[in-house]
Design a protein around this ligand. Structure first.
Ligand code: SF4
Length: 366
């Protein structure tokens, strides 16, 4: 099976771990890839759901790693690939001068990405009628696994250590949306400035479109190299259903912001996360991707993963064939538009572990 197809299968079905302690601790709740574990399959590091309901019944089994940490993945007794797990980062053992463990401030994603949620709360999260139905941003905070507001100084300290001790290559800074018209751009900018003062590390900022496009230049000047503004879903009906609060920001505002941001950050350095499998037809997703690519925006299409404890925890993930039918033509669209995951300076598109998209891109070039 081509590796892109296998990754789509795994991200749809999840995997059962013969040894649940394999690899370093997986994260449950929070922003980004929750209920997953990072694993490297035939040289490609991907996030595979292991704590979701579909994963518990998955036909894919990852064997207990041997003494060298090597394992295999199989289905129906047939070996499909070699597996290893990124090791626990050394910066996880450190603590700030004020007593906060570094792992509560930022975490390792995939194998070389440092990820943090600068503000672990959101104006939309408290209200059932406004919250994004797929989001678990408050869960890790409620469980005491993170702190609500990471200061610029704390993030700089962690980033420096993660680069020096663990060879981290780029950083993702996301944020819940605070009250106020900048939508989080200001705290991303001040955090990026502090990190860049401490260590040379490419940074992606992720926020909603700020009300004033002047924030794009401010964020770039503060040290943000790439920007993510995440559509999540693309049709009005699905937007209103799964993210009733965020849907109040119209798609036209997103597209105006994409165009403005692309002129500041450059073609291919602005991206958007699109969750496939929540009801948008594949034709609508591909049409939106074509529009984005024309603007120079990289559409990072990932399969929806139901996170335990969220309103969508019982919503099924998309079938692997649905993802294949999007990612295959999308990789062709990206090539025609001269956009590539490998050209992105920092962030989810560059990391690629939550989707098989970059693998499809590589396979299209082979
Ligand atoms: S794609 Fe983004 S969210 Fe997923 S593991 Fe990589 S950095 Fe984290």
């Amino acid at each position: 099976m081509p590796i892109g197809r296998l990754i789509s299968e795994l991200q749809s079905c999840g995997a059962r771990l013969a040894d649940p302690t394999a690899g370093h601790e997986s994260r449950r709740g929070g922003a980004g890839p929750s209920d997953h574990k990072a694993m490297t399959i035939d040289g490609v590091t991907v996030m595979v759901p292991v704590h979701t309901a579909p994963a518990f019944a998955s036909p894919y089994i990852v064997e207990k790693p041997d003494a060298f940490g090597k394992s295999t993945i199989s289905r129906d007794g047939v070996k499909l690939g070699d597996v290893s797990f990124p090791t626990r980062p050394r910066f996880y053992d450190l603590t700030t001068a004020d007593g906060i463990p570094y792992w509560k401030l930022a975490t390792l994603h995939s194998r070389d990405v440092l990820a943090t949620t600068v503000l672990q709360s959101c104006i939309r999260y408290q209200s059932r009628t406004k919250t994004c139905q797929f989001c678990a941003i408050g869960q890790s905070l409620a469980a005491g696994r993170t702190v609500e507001r990471k200061t610029p100084g704390q993030l700089a300290e962690v980033a420096k250590a993660a680069v020096e001790l663990d060879g981290i290559k780029h950083m993702v800074m996301t944020t819940g949306t605070p009250p106020g018209p900048d939508r989080g751009a200001a705290i991303l900018a001040e955090s990026a400035r502090a990190v860049k003062d401490a260590v040379d590390l490419p940074i992606q900022g992720q926020c909603e479109p700020p009300d004033d496009d002047a924030w794009f230049a401010r964020m770039r000047d503060a040290g943000i190299d790439a920007l993510g503004m995440h559509l999540e879903v693309v049709t009005d009906e699905v937007r209103a259903r799964v993210m009733p609060g965020k849907a109040q920001v119209p798609l036209t505002r997103y597209f105006d912001a994409f165009a403005a941001a692309a002129t500041i950050f450059g073609r291919g350095q602005v991206s958007t996360y699109i969750l496939a499998g929540l009801g948008d037809p594949k034709e609508a997703i591909l049409a939106t991707c074509a529009k984005l690519i024309a603007l120079g925006v990289y559409p990072f299409v990932v399969p929806f993963v139901p996170i335990s404890g969220t309103p969508l925890e019982s919503h099924p993930p998309p079938a692997a064939v649905f993802m294949h039918d999007i990612l295959k033509p999308l990789s062709d669209l990206l090539r025609s538009g001269a956009l590539a995951a490998t050209d992105i300076k920092a962030g989810c598109g560059r990391c690629g572990a939550c989707s098989a998209l970059s693998t499809y891109e590589r396979e299209a070039l082979a």
